[in-house]
Design a protein around this ligand. Structure first.
Ligand SMILES: Cc1cc2nc3c(=O)[nH]c(=O)nc-3n(C[C@H](O)[C@H](O)[C@H](O)COP(=O)(O)O)c2cc1C
Length: 325
């Protein structure tokens, strides 16, 4: 399957693995890229730019295919060493960066200079248009169903994707709620040039996370995620657990007066506890509603091959068959 996204990134299949905190290590990125998709290392999971440089080198040992690095720009009082991380990316010869969070404009000239293609993750049409306007090469359009931060507009992909298609000139991928060949074909029908998956890629053999996390995703239904931190305008979709219920009870009790400090125990330092130790009640960790569509733990190659076979069959048999009828 050839799309503007496969052409832009030099990949075989139009499937991207989105950056994921404490999940997007070299093992997963390499496995996705080796399977013909685009694997992405999560930059900020590495404690320092030096660690990121090592992670990029490790990934390169595991694959000779293109892979990317995610750089998430967070509003922070003490921001991470972004210039250092960017330098590690450039010196590591990485040619694809997935940006997310704040507007990446400030960092674009350095990336362009280094021949890096930039795909920015956006949760709205207006942010997507802004990304196009400032010179991003592509957009990952993240609908309300997504795991992680869906923004504050709450527009699901059945509306958001065709709206992005109406406005954008640069190519975009569908992100949020994508799991299988049906997702890919639907995304293409709505104007996307491929899809980005987060949650689905956690439940794979190569994802270097605790087995409890994979089993929690397989066991979860589409009803098991919750939105947290809405009162702080930092909404995150997470898998429900005892820590999340505690957090939601605090939100209810404190109302508009809530501060980040109030929920610190349920959100800070949770990822290593969940992803490494498998302590599934530790607190809030991102997970999409798409968990309801995830029933197994295949290898990345099995998953991507299955998606592509299913997509081909859907287009060639079911859809073409409908026309013939
Ligand atoms: C556990 C987890 C951690 C994530 N961490 C990040 C992150 O650090 N930066 C980022 O840009 N997106 C992050 N995301 C969002 C994903 O890259 C992707 O956009 C999202 O998962 C798509 O929705 P889906 O889970 O329905 O596939 C994370 C998602 C999950 C599930």
């Amino acid at each position: 399957m050839k799309t503007r996204i496969t052409e832009l990134f030099g990949i075989e299949h139009p499937i991207i693995q989105g950056g994921m905190h404490y999940v997007g290590f070299a093992e997963l990125a390499a496995a996705v890229s080796n399977a013909g998709g685009l694997g992405v290392i999560t930059g900020l999971t590495q404690r320092t730019p030096e660690d990121l440089a090592k992670e990029i080198a490790r990934c390169r040992e595991m694959t000779d295919k293109p892979f990317g690095v995610n750089l998430t720009f967070l509003p922070a009082v003490n921001p991470p060493d972004y210039p250092g991380y960017l330098q590690a990316i450039i010196e590591g010869g990485v040619k694809i960066v997935e940006t997310a969070g704040n507007n990446p404009q400030k960092w674009l000239p350095a990336m362009k200079e280094a021949g890096i293609k930039v795909i920015h993750k956006c949760t709205s049409v207006r942010h997507s248009l802004k990304a196009e306007q400032i010179g991003c090469d592509a957009v990952s359009v993240d609908g309300f169903e997504c795991g992680g931060h869906p923004g504050e507009d709450d527009v699901p992909n059945f509306i958001l994707l065709p709206r992005a298609g109406e406005e954008l000139t640069i190519p975009f991928v569908a992100s949020g709620g994508m799991a299988d060949g049906r997702s890919l074909v639907a995304a293409l029908a709505m104007g996307a040039e491929g899809m980005n998956m987060g949650t689905r890629f956690i439940a794979t053999v190569e994802a270097p996370v605790h087995e409890h996390v994979k089993q929690a995703i397989v066991a979860a239904s589409e009803l098991d995620t919750r939105l947290v931190m809405r009162p702080l305008r930092n909404t995150e979709r997470v898998l429900n657990n005892a820590g999340v219920e505690r957090l939601l009870a605090k939100e209810k009790a404190l109302g508009a007066a809530i501060k980040f400090e109030d929920i610190f125990p349920e959100v800070a330092g949770v990822y290593p506890k969940i992803m490494k130790e498998g302590d599934m009640d530790a607190g809030a960790w991102s997970c999409g509603m798409v968990a309801g569509l995830i029933h197994d733990v295949p290898t990345c190659k099995e998953l991507i091959d299955r998606i592509m076979a299913e997509a081909h069959a859907l287009i060639d048999q079911r859809l073409r068959g409908l026309l013939a009828a």
